[in-house]
Design a protein around this ligand. Structure first.
Ligand SMILES: *Cc1c(COP(=O)(O)O)cnc(C)c1O
Length: 323
């Protein structure tokens, strides 16, 4: 258990789920601090949340962001001395946070830069001093304790609140929690939070069903050929909707309790599925839900649940329950 604040990461349109509905639901659930990747996303989140909640921007204060940061009252996580100078010059007195690099080498100030800026920055009461873990999805990775020690060495003794962990770091234990945690994927039902509730259900409508005979083929490049009489449903979603083509014919969908195999190549807008053993004519088949998660689908495509979520396209009708 952590005594700190739990912020909510809603970047990339709340991991593809619709920040306009997800952010207010999280605010309703008690979240007071939100993180986005870019100022433009922060503007959208501010528009739905209204004044009050903190909206922090991981990319910091980039050239061209000043008006957005001021008008939408965003809190940039400053990543460099250059950004710090730009921020205090353009928006003196405006809230900011500091992002430190503790070893990931992606964003944030490194030790030398931080030493040079530290006293000046801390004198202006930053909202937060944060860093990010590179290997937190692997609890046994030595990088975790290395980054923890580096972050501590850079920040022990400061008055400003500190934050190190996203979903994976939270699961590493209280040492990693500091004053604020920043879960994203764990909120949305994905690994590395093994016990996460699946929050996304994805049903794909059946456009047409047909019977194919032994020897007939289905889909592009004839990669699947019937060996027995087969009933084939054509679904109205394909790789343009995030049904990643690389899932290929290792993927399954569900008609109620019946598992149905994907047949042949996934097309841009359509996917063929074997519904031979399904009784009746299903209107739709389920790709994500109680039977299989975003991480199951990710495994088929050789990717991670994050990419499945953020690939969900714009053609779906998104229906929100209890939100
Ligand atoms: C995306 C991101 C998060 C959230 O990560 P999850 O693994 O989805 O919990 C937190 N902090 C930073 C800096 C991020 O880029």
């Amino acid at each position: 258990m952590s005594q700190g604040e739990t912020a909510a990461v809603v970047k990339a349109d709340a991991y593809g789920l619709g920040a306009d509905r997800v952010a207010p639901a999280l605010a309703e659930a008690g979240a007071r601090t939100f993180f986005v990747a870019a100022a433009e996303e922060g503007v959208e989140v501010r528009a739905v949340l209204g004044p009050g909640p903190n909206i922090c921007v991981f990319s910091g204060h980039m050239p061209g962001d000043t008006d957005l940061i001021r008008d939408a009252q965003l809190t940039p996580m400053i990543n460099s001395i250059d950004q710090m100078l730009m921020h205090v010059e353009a928006l003196p007195g405006h809230a900011f946070g500091i992002q430190l690099d503790s070893g990931m080498n992606r964003l944030g100030m490194e030790e030398a830069e931080w030493s040079a800026l530290r006293d000046i920055a801390l004198a202006q009461n930053p909202f937060l001093v944060m860093s990010h873990l590179a290997c937190a999805d692997d609890p046994d990775h030595p990088m975790n304790s290395y980054q923890l020690n580096t972050f501590r060495a850079m920040t022990d003794g400061i008055d400003a609140p500190r934050s190190l962990s996203a979903t994976g770091g939270i699961l590493l234990g209280a040492d990693y929690h500091f004053d604020m945690t920043r879960p994203g994927v764990g909120i949305y039902g994905g690994m590395p939070f093994v016990d996460a509730r699946p929050v996304v259900r994805l049903e794909l409508p059946v456009i047409q069903t047909r019977d194919v005979l032994p020897g007939e083929t289905v889909g592009y490049s004839n990669t699947w050929k019937a060996e027995t009489p087969t009933r084939v449903a054509t679904l109205a979603s394909g790789y343009a909707d995030g049904i990643i083509r690389a899932m290929g014919d290792g993927a399954y969908l569900w008609a109620g309790e019946t598992r149905c195999k994907v047949l042949g190549r996934i097309s841009m807008d359509m996917t063929a599925v074997d519904v031979t053993h399904v009784s009746g004519a299903p209107d739709s088949l389920e790709l994500l839900g109680q039977h299989q998660s975003v991480d199951t689908a990710a495994d088929w495509a050789g990717t991670i649940g994050y990419e499945i979520l953020t690939s969900l396209g714009h053609r779906y009708d998104r229906v929100y329950l209890n939100a």
